[in-house]
Design a protein around this ligand. Sequence first.
Ligand code: ATP
Ligand code: MG
Length: 366
Amino acid sequence: MLDNALKLIKDLINHNYKAYIVGGFVRDYLLGRESQDIDVCTNATPKEIKEVFPDSFLPTDDYGSVVVNKYGIRFEITTFRKEFNYDKHRRPIEIEYIDDLYQDLLRRDFTINAICIDENGEIIDFLGGRDDLERKLIRTVGDANERFKQDPLRILRAIRFATILNFQLDNEVNEAIRNYRNLLHDLSYYRKKEELDKMFVSGFAERGIHMLLEYHLDKYLDLDNLSNVENTDSLIGIWSVLNVESHYPFSNNEKEMMKDIREVMRLNNYDPMTLYHYGLYVNSVAGEMKGLDKRKITESYNSLVIHRRQDLDISSEDIMNCMNKEPGEYISDIYDDVEKEVLYHRLSNKKEILLNYICEKYASNS
Ligand code: ATP
Ligand code: MG
């Protein structure tokens, strides 16, 4: 990955721009960890970057990053900038493109995120990021109070990095979180969710939740159920316990699934009807959070006699013939009944047996 990243920055340098690898990739590279994507900073403006990489995607918002997909890697290229006048602690309302790497590093959140690699593969570390990597410390670039006041999202980022990397928060950071955590109220739920998602899928959700609770951030993030999340690294599972769809953004599909998971939390996840009705995934997520054996749930699911209505050895037509009636709601009622009988092994899934049952129970009553 590094070789390809060096090739990419050389493309910019060959066009007489400055360019460095920066951010998460450098941090993770020095820690021997894998990265998903690579951040690059340059003095080329987005328009100029687009000229060097014609297939790139210009940012949708002003001052965003240009995305280049090359060598199978996603590069986020950001023009050197200075940020000022933060909008009610949300985002900077004024940004100025600049020519200087050092100035650009000063606006970055943490020292460990402000280390660069140049085109020769040399590390550039103006702000002591490597020392902090070694000391396993999350330290802000500049005054922590000031930086969190400017953008309270940095509070969540501090906790995310401490969680994922198993680092400590610097004392100043620790205090500044307590001083400015109330500003989390001002952030959009969209931005908060983005950070929380990353923490919850990291494989260290429990550690992250523990930290959030330690700082009482549940209160400032409107996550009243945070202390009830247990035993899970499932993103959707965590959000279903949090039960915050009324203000945090989710797709309709996700909302539906979280509702199902909450329902299933109260049911027996080995019960054939529960497994059949809600499916394996929802039962596994709920089962895991209840501390049940997921393998057993899967085994129970696999051993169901039927997994969907089509698996029954009868059709709607069979039912209509048997009842000697036009189609109607009764068909679905009969299906429900037969499904249940088959799932609980009271009837075997054989056409003859099912029809016999239906004719006897229903046709004679009608
Ligand atoms: P990862 O990509 O692994 O989640 P990252 O550190 O690369 O972590 P990004 O969101 O990709 O995080 O941001 C890239 C870089 O931009 C960061 O490393 C940091 O230098 C800077 N940055 C991102 N968000 C902020 C912020 N809110 N305030 C200041 N600097 C930021
Ligand atoms: Mg990144």
